[in-house]
Ligand binder design. Structure first.
Ligand code: 13P
Length: 250
């Protein structure tokens, strides 16, 4: 049976406290109304808002996640945040290996794997992101490249309960462009197959699609086989847009 869908909002480096609180209150209000969406809902605000938003999320049934963590559990790493600190702040999830971390902070697969392992050790669900660049897509080898990236980024000891994988084509992030439903279906099938080779419960693992998910394309993308939810950037900053995406889960 396909896993229950997960709609995750990655706020990136956006929103101040009052704005974040207003957004979480609005989402919480929608979640407590009817009809209930056929998905779990997660928000991933910047580090500075986690402490303030944790009680609000708990009250309203929203899951809370962070956007990154360090691979070590403590130490002399100025400016970094460790996975146990995120769990302590009330997070249940953390995104690792987002393409913006990979490209702007030079994170390679080994770093992402170490961060994901730190997340699991702290009791968090790791959301491991993978995706090809436009040049890689044009080379005709996108599936091969992304599968290799995934296998090299996977934490040891993961299961469907502790790991989520997000496929985010780099060229679709923040551009308004998306792959065709056929391209998404082919990539997600390839990722599921690769996961099946290393995890006994790969069928139950959530595979999210991310990259320019909007209310207008969410239903179509979420209906694709092996798409178990979405990782939403820009549209997650608007209550109306994000809630419309949550309601597209059918
Ligand atoms: O990077 C993303 C989510 O992690 C996608 O961002 P957009 O939805 O703004 O394209």
């Amino acid at each position: 049976m396909a896993p229950r869908k997960l709609i995750a909002g990655n706020w990136k480096m956006n929103l101040l406290k009052a704005e974040g609180e207003a957004l979480v209150r609005a989402l919480g209000g929608s979640l407590s109304g009817t009809p209930k969406p056929a998905c779990d809902v997660l928000v991933c605000p910047p580090f500075t808002l986690l402490g303030a938003l944790a009680p609000l999320c708990r009250e309203t049934g929203l899951a809370l996640g962070a956007q990154d963590c360090h691979a070590k559990s403590s130490g002399a790493f100025t400016g970094d945040v460790a996975a146990p600190m995120l769990a302590d702040a009330g997070c249940s999830h953390v995104i690792v290996g987002h393409s913006e971390r990979r490209s702007l902070h030079g994170e390679d697969n080994a770093t992402v794997k170490a961060k994901a392992e730190a997340a699991l050790a702290a009791g968090l669900v790791a959301i491991v992101c993978v995706g090809e660049t436009e040049a890689e897509r044009d080379s005709g080898k996108a599936e091969e490249i992304v599968v290799a990236q995934l296998l090299a980024s996977l934490p040891q000891g993961a299961s469907a309960k502790t790991l989520v994988v997000a496929y985010e084509p780099v060229w679709a992030i923040g551009t308004g462009r998306t792959p065709t439903v056929e391209q998404v279906a082919d990539m997600h099938a390839a990722l599921r197959k690769a996961l099946g080779g290393v995890l006994s419960d790969a069928a139950g693992l959530r595979l999210l699609y991310g990259g320019s998910v909007k209310p207008g394309n969410a239903a179509e993308l979420l209906a694709v086989a092996n798409v178990d939810g979405a990782l939403v950037g820009g549209a997650s900053l608007s209550h109306g847009d994000f809630w419309a995406i949550c309601q597209s889960c059918g």
